[in-house]
Design a protein around this ligand. Structure first.
Ligand SMILES: Cc1ncc(COP(=O)(O)O)c(C=O)c1O
Length: 430
């Protein structure tokens, strides 16, 4: 083969980044040096002390043994779709026109976006938000149109900002509720505000509700689609988070709203779904027992997570220069950093110095000039406590190395040199 032969990658891949996994490359390098690593970067409960409920596992084993190992219908098995419909009904979602089972909510998201928007059009996405949306839109050549969540208002979507960003090419709006990475839970007023804008501007709403059952302090989750039975809404959910089975790779999409508005769009989604055959067939048999069987694992998980959330918020807020809005749900927090350097710089230096792995806020989007990082508080308390202790110690010395501090420091040094020099001159004149 000629040595000049170089396989060039498609340019459409250039903008695809995924901060959550990208940081792992550096973490792997640091781990090789023998440093003790503390991973607070991956939102995977099964990497820590959380286990998939036994009855959910049993259902998959039984399905495999019963030879449910063929392809399934492209939209998924009827038992699962009906269970999803009953769950949607419990959440107040009416006028359902389609339900499709996919390889994780991720595939449902990709299918729904792919079937909607053309190049040159745009989709409103939360900033900060989950980076999969950015990656899929980049691949499709569809413009991401980020709108801000308001940190001063518990990270609720900023309705004025959304309104100001809608233009004639806007086709849809993504609402991640509860949100990754901030852990915020949207209020009814916020959701109603989003729906009013969607109605006015004929937008499809994508309601990513994968964390709907992971809420703290008795908070209630409101399914966006339950508030409006006319506006086209695609609701995403799955087994990865509340059912502690991310490796099952099973999720779904629920299309609701006015049938007339949805018809052509649903047909487009189904064309894509048919072309990829189906989601993992035997694993789909876990959906009904998960949604309709015992939820005892959830109470246990939420007890642990509440303690870990509280520890996280307290420890982070006790570090001068770091402030953290208390998450209402999920297992993420998105603390703010008062630093002059970028959050990328902070996170990389922290990782190298202490082995603590978190994800830079830049990877999720944020207000220009603000700096954050995402913490996953799934690890046990003793790991979290150790990580925050190292982080606190590191931050104290890191602050001294930021540009602002360095400038102040240089300023102080220059001032003291001037004072000394004046002193000397005065002495020599005397
Ligand atoms: C907001 C959000 N949506 C979707 C997903 C992907 O879910 P799944 O594992 O079902 O593909 C995640 C995973 O972290 C997420 O945080």
């Amino acid at each position: 083969m000629p040595s000049s032969f170089v396989v060039e990658a498609a340019t459409r891949t250039e903008k695809i980044t995924y901060a959550v996994r990208d940081i792992v490359l550096l973490a792997d390098q640091v781990a090789k040096t023998g440093k003790e690593m503390l991973y607070l970067n991956i939102g995977d409960p099964n990497k820590f002390d959380f286990r998939t409920p036994q009855h959910v596992i049993d259902a998959v084993v039984a399905a495999m043994q019963a030879n449910k190992n063929s392809y399934s219908a492209s939209s998924g098995i009827e038992e699962a779709r009906q269970a999803i419909e009953r769950e949607a009904d419990r959440k107040g979602i009416r006028s359902i026109h389609d339900i499709f089972v996919t390889s994780g909510a991720s595939e449902a998201i990709e299918v729904a976006l792919t079937a909607l928007a053309n190049e040159g059009e745009n989709i409103l996405t939360p900033s900060p938000g989950y980076p999969l949306y950015t990656a899929v839109l980049a691949k499709l050549g569809v413009k991401e149109n980020p709108y801000y969540l308001d940190e001063a208002n518990g990270w609720q979507p900023d309705l004025d900002d959304i309104k100001s960003k809608i233009n004639k090419h806007t086709r849809g709006i993504v609402v991640i509720n509860p949100n990754n990475p901030t852990g915020s839970n949207c209020s009814r007023e916020t959701l109603q505000g989003v729906l009013a804008l969607a109605r006015e501007h004929k937008l499809v709403v994508f309601a990513d509700e994968i964390y709907d059952k992971l809420l703290f302090d008795g908070q209630e989750h409101i399914s966006l689609a339950s508030l409006d039975h006319e506006t086209p809404v695609i609701t995403f959910n799955g087994l990865s988070k509340a059912y502690l089975a991310p490796g099952f790779r099973i999720g779904w999409g629920i299309a609701s709203g006015s049938g007339k508005a949805l018809n052509g769009y649903l047909e487009a989604m189904n064309r894509i779904l048919r072309a990829r055959l189906c989601a993992n067939h035997p694993i789909q048999w876990a959906i009904k027992p998960a949604l309709e069987g015992s939820h005892a694992h959830l109470a246990e998980a939420m007890n642990k997570l509440t303690r870990r959330r509280d520890l996280t918020v307290k420890a982070l807020n006790s570090i001068p220069g770091i402030s953290c809005v208390k998450p209402g749900g999920t297992f993420y927090a998105f603390p703010r950093l008062e630093i002059a350097q970028s959050d990328n710089h902070f996170v990389h230096e922290l990782l190298r110095a202490t082995g603590v792995v978190v994800v830079p806020g830049t990877g999720f989007g944020q207000m220009p000039g603000s700096k954050h990082f995402r913490v996953v508080f799934l690890p046990p308390e003793e790991v979290l406590a150790r990580a925050y202790e190292r982080l606190g110690e590191f931050f104290t010395s890191y602050e001294g190395r930021t540009q602002a501090a360095a400038i102040t420091e240089r300023g102080e040094q220059a001032k003291s040199r001037r004072v000394k020099a004046r002193g000397k001159n005065a002495a020599s004149r005397a």
